[in-house]
Design a protein around this ligand. Structure first.
Ligand SMILES: [Zn+2]
Length: 271
């Protein structure tokens, strides 16, 4: 299930990067080093080299980022004189992200706290992770969360992100993404006689509806025969709420003459 249905990630990423760095970083875009340095962000080249040096071995090894086999001699040739002093401040390790997933990151020890280092292509995801974790609170809460986790993301960049976030602003050009409903199948056999429902947990990335309610889950209802599927954001997955939402969906989807109320068929809910 792709969250971009509700949160147009690609469009927001482009808008953010254009405002922050003057480029959208589409394939082939060459970012201006000035724009990157002005924001205190690392270039991808510098990031890759640091990771490579941390993986330094005696004989040679595969670059964890590019997959290219590199010899120890080549690594030493790219190391600057300060590297030996600095190397103990860095490590490249598995980190638990705020949504519970894991990813390998370059970490810097800042006053005994390991913080994630980012290069310019990582900034959008990093701020988005924190902004959604604080449930779209304004930039102060987002900035705090970003500072707690990340080594080199400025407040400035957090402000830009919040200004561009479609859930936090209603500015022109920031409209919430629309999604299109798939065409209804006309196949007659078993059409909408049997449906499967499931709930996807999005509590790490809840959507806020027009009344300020947190939509923590996505209710998915699929017709078993045609695979026609509808999605409905919901606050809670307790039985009462699910029965209510399912009756609404059935009322919309099932033709009147063949409609069976949820009560009549007593939907079995497996959570
Ligand atoms: Zn927001």
């Amino acid at each position: 299930m792709n969250m971009s249905v509700m949160y147009d990630d690609d469009a927001l990423r482009r808008r953010f990067n254009r405002a922050a760095f003057g480029t959208t970083f589409e394939p082939g875009d060459i970012p201006s080093p000035d724009a990157i340095h002005r924001r205190g962000i690392w270039t991808k080249d510098k990031y890759d080299k640091y990771v490579l040096r941390l993986q330094y071995g005696k004989t040679g090894y595969t670059d964890p980022i590019t997959g290219v086999l590199v010899t120890a001699k080549e690594v030493m040739a790219t190391a600057d004189s300060k590297w030996n002093e600095e190397r103990h401040c860095y490590k490249y390790e598995d980190v638990q992200m705020l949504d519970g997933t894991h990813a390998k990151h370059l970490l810097y020890n800042l006053r005994d706290v390991w913080k994630i280092v980012v290069h310019y292509e990582m900034v959008y995801d990093a701020i988005k992770e924190c902004h959604t974790a604080v449930h779209h609170k304004k930039s102060d809460a987002t900035k705090k969360k970003v500072k707690d986790r990340y080594f080199n993301i400025s407040e400035d960049l957090c402000k830009i992100f919040v200004k561009k976030c479609p859930w936090c602003t209603k500015d022109e050009g920031n409209q919430v993404a629309t999604y299109s409903v798939p065409a209804v199948s006309t196949r007659s056999t078993g059409f909408r006689d049997s449906c499967t429902a499931c709930v996807v947990d999005y509590s790490a990335y809840p959507i806020i509806d027009g009344h300020g309610e947190f939509m923590n889950y996505l209710l998915v209802l699929r017709d078993d025969e045609t695979e026609y599927t509808v999605l409905c954001p919901i606050c809670s997955k307790d039985e009462r709420s699910l029965l209510y939402e399912l009756s609404l969906l059935f009322a919309i989807l099932v033709p009147y003459a063949r409609r069976n109320t949820v009560e009549k068929h007593r939907v079995k809910i497996m959570i």
